[in-house]
Design a protein around this ligand. Structure first.
Ligand SMILES: NC(=O)C1=CN([C@@H]2O[C@H](COP(=O)(O)OP(=O)(O)OC[C@H]3O[C@@H](n4cnc5c(N)ncnc54)[C@H](O)[C@@H]3O)[C@@H](O)[C@H]2O)C=CC1
Ligand SMILES: O=C(O)CCC(=O)C(=O)O
Length: 416
């Protein structure tokens, strides 16, 4: 267990939104015992009240880390998103305060893909509507609007980790697959790329969305795009709520242009299970609405719990930023016997020279130095051998103009 400048029992870890037990076990195994876990998200006001004393924060998709919250996070070392998407975090604001953000880019991929496959069949057989009727004492034994998926065309928007998994599974079940992506992607199996979103929409029986939330994908499925879809086709959105114009979808479903939809994500989602969910889609019988559970399987949550906690530990213990989504990536060996200084700074001329002057001015033996930069940010890690007045050195480093964060630790040395 690496020793830190701040003893581990003083490092406050706050985990929100019911992060899996595996995360707690990982932290305990790393010597971090001060972990508080809440089952729900916190809103901005609640976060502002608590964030000042938090060193490591774990969230899922419902907690919004705004610039305001991050600027109040005086002690924050790192943030873990125990999910794939990181759009709920103001990543630039996190960079500005020198805080790397980690996620789990693959751990729930399969869970989302399986849900989508199930929904394709449910939609193409009108199962949800028929089942609701039967629950209400009704009976609708009819083949109207019910089709096999074999031979039908699935259009996948966003051919990344989830999109490609859906592609493979759908082809195995006899579907024809077409996809559209902004990047050139290797087509798996017999899948066919489309040169435009419109081409995909006009030729698919079911369209499924697997793009991230970006300024380009906001409302990418608006009135015009929904009307470009084939009459009687189906839409699945397990990506992000802002990708579909929900009012336009409700209208296209009301007049039967879109026959069915399965929607897992919404522009406004409740922060906790007790809160009332509002949406114009409520009450539409051919709309399968689920509470953002695409990635909510026990397998996925267990894997995510371990994966993200390990990344947070690697950063807290060793300074490694491998896997961070908003930071220069530095993979670091454990260098026993040294004191390691982590310095995050604005990437502007002269900063590195001044940092080196701080070390050379004290006649220290630098055993290793690691540096990664991107156009705005620099992250330098310096391992020093022998005796050193860590606190005085860290204070001097903090004085260097452009410094965003400084921390020191003792890799490989046992600590609390
Ligand atoms: N419902 C749920 O519980 C879950 C939802 N998600 C959502 O699914 C999204 C996709 O996940 P992954 O496949 O792992 O991401 P990924 O990053 O592997 O794939 C996204 C793909 O979308 C493409 N893309 C980006 N902008 C585009 C645009 N404007 N038009 C067309 N293609 C575009 C990218 O080039 C990439 O190939 C995540 O960002 C997340 O928001 C992820 C996991 C669980
Ligand atoms: O499980 C969650 O809270 C969010 C899942 C998700 O949307 C993601 O992984 O991006």
């Amino acid at each position: 267990m690496t020793k830190l400048s701040l003893s581990k029992d003083k490092i406050n870890i706050l985990l929100l939104e019911g992060v899996h037990d595996n995360a707690i076990s990982e932290f305990a195994g790393g010597g971090y015992a001060t972990v508080e876990r809440l089952p729900h998200a916190l809103d901005e006001g609640e976060l502002l009240e608590r964030i000042g004393s938090v060193h490591i924060l774990g969230i899922r998709s419902r907690t919004h880390l705004t610039a305001r919250v991050l600027e109040a996070a005086q002690k924050l070392i790192t943030v873990g998103c125990f999910c794939i998407g990181t759009n709920q975090v103001d990543l630039k604001a996190a960079r500005r305060i020198g805080v790397p953000v980690f996620n789990a880019p693959y751990s729930n991929t399969r869970s989302v893909a399986e849900l989508v496959i199930g929904e394709i069949i449910m939609l193409m057989r009108g199962i949800f509507e028929k089942s609701q009727l039967v629950h209400g004492g009704g009976w609708m034994k009819s083949a109207k609007n019910s089709y096999e998926i074999r031979g039908k065309t699935l259009g996948i928007v966003g051919y990344g980790h989830i999109g490609t998994q859906v592609s493979i599974l759908a082809e195995a079940m006899g579907m024809k697959v077409r996809f559209y992506d902004v990047l050139k992607k290797l087509a798996l199996g017999n899948a066919q790329p489309c040169s435009s979103l419109e081409e995909l929409l006009a030729s698919s029986d079911v369209v499924t969305l697997h793009v991230p939330d970006t300024p380009q994908t906001r409302n990418m499925m608006g009135e015009r795009e929904l009307r470009t879809m084939k009459k009687g086709s189906h839409l699945i959105n397990a990506a992000r709520g802002q990708v579909v114009d929900i009012d336009a979808l409700a209208a296209a479903m009301a007049d039967g242009h879109i026959l069915g939809a399965a929607i897992d994500v919404f522009p406004k989602e409740p922060g906790s299970d007790g809160e009332v969910f509002e949406s114009p889609l409520r009450g539409i019988r051919s709309a399968i609405l689920t509470p953002h559970i695409g990635g909510s399987t026990l397998e996925a949550q267990a894997n995510i719990g371990s994966e993200v906690a390990q990344k947070l530990l690697e950063y807290s213990d060793n300074g490694s930023t491998v896997g961070a989504v908003n930071f220069p990536q530095v993979g670091l060996p454990v260098h026993e016997g040294c004191t390691r200084f982590l310095h995050v700074h604005e990437n502007r001329p002269g900063v590195l020279r001044k940092i080196n002057e701080v070390f050379s001015g004290r006649n220290l033996n630098i055993a290793a130095q690691y540096l990664q930069t991107d156009p705005e940010l620099g992250y330098v890690v310096v391992d020093v051998d022998g005796d050193v007045d860590e606190q005085a050195l860290a204070n001097e480093l903090r004085e260097v103009e452009g410094t965003l964060k400084t921390r020191f630790l003792y890799p490989g040395r046992r600590g609390e």
